[in-house]
Design a protein around this ligand. Structure first.
Ligand code: Q0Z
Length: 287
């Protein structure tokens, strides 16, 4: 009998289904967002690239933290996962100062309570990666919170554990990616807790939707960096003078093709596997 999946949630570009009491199905669509708006044009295989990358990183970081991954489905865009009790914070690690971290630093000299040296520029590399937790906003933007506030939300002991684990995961993946020409400027994790109270990495891991991917060869601090995956889309949207409110513009074929190629390039550089091979045998990315 074919199993039934109950829709339980939607992200901007992903869907979540319950398979049973213990298992979820996380499905990555080919939708793309820019300037916080989901565009009407899809990028073919984007969801498969993100699912494959996430699965790859879950497999390769198991020595640092257990994770929720149970299986990659044959469609190459769906992950079967263990259902967990999720922690109510976003766990962000920043190795470079940009985005909301750069914004907070300019206003206050600090990010999530980490007081940083004076004189830093947009996109500067930090001397050490910092853990900058954020709230889970259901509407609008996540807001950076202090480590103290995060510790109140999850408990001091659990906080110490998610901070240390997040930093270890970031150090591992950012070093690996940098060796392959991709800077992971920052990344966002979500953790859950299993029925034995063990901390488990959940959601997605080191995808271009949960991390900033920058091409290492054009990195130049002092300005915003080109995005490894979305830069053609951003440049095209900027060229239109679109006001960045919904609905966004349709993308022309050359922007779609170029963007798909960048996603596939990120997959192939990081996994050192052919993307076509991934589509033929998705679970091979775990080995
Ligand atoms: C993840 C999300 C998405 C909408 C809940 N293993 C898990 N156990 C329990 N809950 C979750 C997970 Cl991953 C969980 N989200 C984020 C993902 C669509 C929301 F694809 N929400």
């Amino acid at each position: 009998m074919p199993e039934t999946a109950t829709h339980v949630g939607s992200g901007k570009v992903r869907e979540l289904y319950a398979l049973d009491d213990e298992r979820l199905l996380l499905v990555a669509s080919d939708r793309i967002s820019t300037f916080d708006v989901v565009l009407p044009t899809e990028i073919p295989d984007k969801g498969r690239v993100l699912t494959g990358l996430s699965a790859f990183w879950f497999a390769r970081t198991r020595h640092l933290c257990p994770n929720h991954l149970l299986a990659v489905r044959p469609d190459a865009r769906s992950l079967e996962c263990r259902r967990l009790e999720m922690l109510p914070i976003e766990c962000v690690v920043r190795g470079y100062l940009t985005g909301s971290g750069w914004k907070d630093y300019q206003t206050t000299g600090a990010v999530s309570g980490h007081v940083l040296p004076e004189g830093l520029r947009d996109s500067d590399r930090l001397a050490e990666p910092i853990f900058t937790p954020a709230t889970k906003a259901h509407t609008g933007h996540d807001e950076n919170i202090t480590r103290e506030t995060a510790a109140e939300l999850v408990g001091a002991e659990r906080f110490a554990e998610v901070e240390a684990t997040s930093l270890a995961l970031y150090r591992f993946a950012s070093e690996y990616a940098a060796d392959r020409g991709i800077l992971l400027a920052d990344t966002k994790f979500e953790f859950g807790v299993d029925d034995e109270e063990r901390l488990v990495l959940a959601d997605e891991a080191f995808t271009p939707d949960s991390s900033r991917f920058w091409p290492a060869d054009s990195y130049e601090p002092g300005r915003p960096q080109a995005s490894f995956d979305k830069q053609f889309v951003r440049d095209y949207c900027e060229s239109l003078g679109w006001d960045k409110t919904d609905p966004g513009p349709e993308l022309p074929d050359d922007v779609v093709t170029g963007t798909r190629a960048r996603y596939v390039e990120a997959f192939e550089r990081l996994t050192e596997r052919s993307f076509d091979r991934y589509l033929e045998d998705p679970e091979a990315v775990l080995r």
